[in-house]
Write a protein that binds this ligand. Structure first.
Ligand code: ATP
Ligand code: MG
Length: 446
């Protein structure tokens, strides 16, 4: 078979990949000390012309999905070469043949220089293009790993899918855990103004194209929200409602875990996390965010815990990340006002009042369970000042108690379940802690 591809016009971006393949062929020949035939040079010229056409900034080339108007020929060349193996796998194997010892189908900086036959000055331009502060890196289209100047060049997450209009394959960023909660707006029990506030955060996520791309608004990163409130008031639940509304997965990052697990490596791991999350349709949730922004002198312990960590690095990564981030905290009072301004949306999660608690009991007790006559959610809502999380646990425990004893759910099951729930934190309880529910507490259950 002819090693030189046929001279037929190619659809989509095929001319890009055909040109790269021909360049690899030329390099192979050159390394063997072979001259290139006229036919090869002709074909190369032809492909070059087609590629130039594709890169005209007209907006209807597939390149418009990821490129920017200021891209020069070298930028296009590098991006095309880096993405090529994900689009034409055979190019990955060809790269490997040209780079003995390389275990991955991606090319190194050294191979880019060879393929494009860059001289010293042009190589300087290439290094500048791939500098950490250069637009190509800041927009996370490409990332580099390995020893200088033989770094391997990888496409950023989701970049190939965006260019090719392929479905995004979302994968968990390293250090993050998927949160799957089946939650909808109707299940979220919060005062109406808080629900409205949460919907406003959703606007920030959904309306980016309109406000930034169409209206020319500032691209200020994020959006970043802070959900503040006591434990069990529905912060994670609300994050799940937002994720479900968008149809995006929610990933939770435990800062404590991230730090203690990779002590000294935190910065690198954070970079990995954000690089992997970039461009992916997902929500990142960071818990225990108070440790990051406590006022000086307060929460000493937490600060010490994060002393090793580049707190400022994390903050700047969160701020420069393009994608929704939700930080949660139980300690709103420690929030530095200067810091609060860095969030696009701050939502306070209040402890539920009697009415909200009634609704929470109603929503959580299994709807088709057999019930005793005495089971009255409004009474429970008034009698017990518990968080939504505690109500959820107690209601489910009551249901299991009743099912285990083959009985209908009644106040005696709820009383015992609440007793168990309140006792979880290990403190000494006495029946008065159950308020008006105390008289249903079964003696034998204690
Ligand atoms: N406002 C609420 N509306 C509906 N359900 C709630 C609400 N608050 C809590 N719940 C229930 O309690 C469970 C636990 O709440 P969630 O995990 O969201 O609390 P949290 O505020 O994230 O707490 P933590 O600060 O400890 O992480 C939820 O899965 C849900 O079933
Ligand atoms: Mg939570």
């Amino acid at each position: 078979m002819n090693a030189v591809p046929e001279s037929i016009p190619l659809g989509g971006l095929s001319a890009e990949w055909a040109r790269i393949e021909l360049l690899t062929y030329c390099l192979g020949q050159e390394r063997l000390g072979q001259m290139l035939s006229e036919q090869v040079l002709e074909r190369l010229k032809e492909l070059q012309a087609q590629v130039d056409g594709l890169r005209q900034w007209t907006g209807d080339s597939p390149w418009a999905r990821i490129a920017a108007p200021h891209w020069d020929a070298l930028t296009y060349d590098v991006v095309a070469m880096v993405l090529a193996p994900e689009i034409e796998p055979r190019l990955g194997w060809i790269y490997q043949q040209l780079q003995p010892g390389q275990t991955q189908p991606y090319l190194t900086l050294a191979l880019v220089r060879e393929l494009l036959a860059l001289d010293e000055q042009e190589s300087g331009a290439l290094f500048a293009l791939l500098d950490e502060s250069a637009p190509l890196r800041r927009s996370h289209l490409i990332y580099l790993e390995g020893p200088v100047p033989y770094q391997t060049l990888y496409p950023g997450a989701g970049v190939t899918a965006r260019l090719m209009d392929w479905p995004q394959q979302v994968s968990a960023p390293p250090g993050a855990i998927r949160v799957e909660v089946d939650a909808a707006w109707d299940d979220l029990i919060l005062p109406p103004e808080r629900l409205q506030h949460l919907r406003e955060f959703l606007y920030w996520v959904e309306q980016g194209r309109t406000v930034i791309d169409e209206w020319g608004g500032d691209h200020c990163g994020g959006p970043v929200a802070l959900f503040a409130g006591p434990s069990g008031t529905g912060k994670t639940f609300a994050a799940a409602v937002i994720a479900n509304t968008l149809g995006w997965p929610l990933y939770r990052v435990d800062l404590g875990c991230l730090v203690s697990k990779y002590i000294g490596e935190t910065e690198k791991n954070l970079n990995r996390l954000f690089d992997a999350a970039h461009g992916q349709s997902m929500i990142l949730q960071f818990d225990e965010a108070d440790s990051l922004f406590s006022k000086r002198g307060e929460v000493k312990e937490a600060r010490d815990r994060y002393a090793n960590m580049e707190v400022s690095h994390l903050l700047s990564r969160i701020e420069s990340h393009h994608g929704p981030v939700i930080l949660t905290t139980n300690l709103r009072q420690h929030l530095d006002p200067a810091f609060a301004r860095r969030f696009h949306v701050v939502v306070d999660f209040p402890r539920p009042d009697a009415e909200a608690r009634t609704l929470l009991w109603q929503r959580t007790l299994p709807p088709r369970a057999p019930r005793e006559k005495d089971l009255d959610e409004a009474f429970l809502g008034r009698a017990l000042t518990m968080s939504g999380g505690a109500i959820h646990n107690a209601a489910m425990h009551a249901a299991y108690l009743a099912a285990g004893r083959q009985q209908a759910i009644g106040l005696k099951h709820v009383a015992l379940a609440v007793w168990r729930e309140l006792g979880k934190d290990g403190r000494e309880l006495n029946p008065q802690d159950l308020g008006a529910l105390a008289r249903w507490l079964p003696e034998e259950g204690l």
